[in-house]
Design a protein around this ligand. Sequence first.
Ligand SMILES: Cc1ncc(COP(=O)(O)O)c(C=O)c1O
Length: 351
Amino acid sequence: MIIQTVAQSRLGEKDFNELPFGSVYADHMLVADYENNSWQAPKIVPFARMEMSPSLSALNYGQAIFEGMKAYVNDNGEAITFRMNENYERMNRSAIRMCMPEIPEHIFVDGLKALLQLDNKWIPRQENAALYIRPILFATDEAVGVKPSDNYRFCIMTCQIASYFKEPLKVLIEPEFIRSAQGGVGFAKAAGNYASAMYPTKLAQERGFHQIIWTDAAEHKYLEESGAMNLMLVINNVVITPSLSDSKLAGVTRMSLLHIARTWNMQVEERLVSIEELIAAHTNNTLQEVFGVGTAANIAAIKMFHYNGVDYELPAITENSFQIKGGGYLNQIKQGKTTDVFNWNTTIPVK
Ligand SMILES: Cc1ncc(COP(=O)(O)O)c(C=O)c1O
């Protein structure tokens, strides 16, 4: 791997406690270009702006996908990442759907390891902080005309982050707008999915909600997912989550928490979850928990959901709540604070 290091590190220039989410990037980034039908050698270079033409295909037609992961350090100061391969495979599923070339493993996986090794000192040592990893792939043809681009750039950048949400969430069950539909690209981490969610989310935020819980496109009857999170419920001690489909992102946090629940012999159900069922469980007091799960948001408690003019307050979370016990255990594994019994972490030795 070609590695070009910075002359002077920017580490420590900004006060970590003042960092806005996703704005201060580590010293280096990985860049690999796809040209002449093949991937060129990846390079690690100083993090910097990129020059581009206004005709850039990604800007005009939206062939742009991304991933989101986190790195922590263990007690030996080694970088650890969580289920890296799941993100790698999901990125390539997104690439196929958006008609983009798949990224070879040596570029994504080995490139990320080399990057984390080089920028190890950027991984925050503070409690509840992490180095957020953002791989992106975008089309780089410089010509207008709707067609799949011939050229692409893959890049991995990293940035220091603290908590995503500061308080339990109030969410709106969305009765009108949709995030994605059957046959669409909801299962892909396509940039456009996030763009189209912004306007409905802004309207919900103006009404005092933090996030939207999306409902199905056909009938607005079933719960889908929320913002950058999958959704989980506990009803009558059963962990329930909307089943995966082509309209939802298959979250790594979701799959890991379900695995933990099953390992703990909890009953787990992946199926359609209707708004009617949610409200009935709330009314008959069997609804114990509703929460969001995702890499950036972590385990996000929901304290109230709103549907059709009514606010539904959720029961208080206790130390026995699954989101606390299961989510806490998951975080301990991710942060290298307990034995990685499922073999989920990749450890990257200090150079
Ligand atoms: C739309 C959407 N759903 C769910 C998730 C949660 O996925 P993961 O747990 O892999 O971060 C994310 C975040 O990546 C997301 O953007």
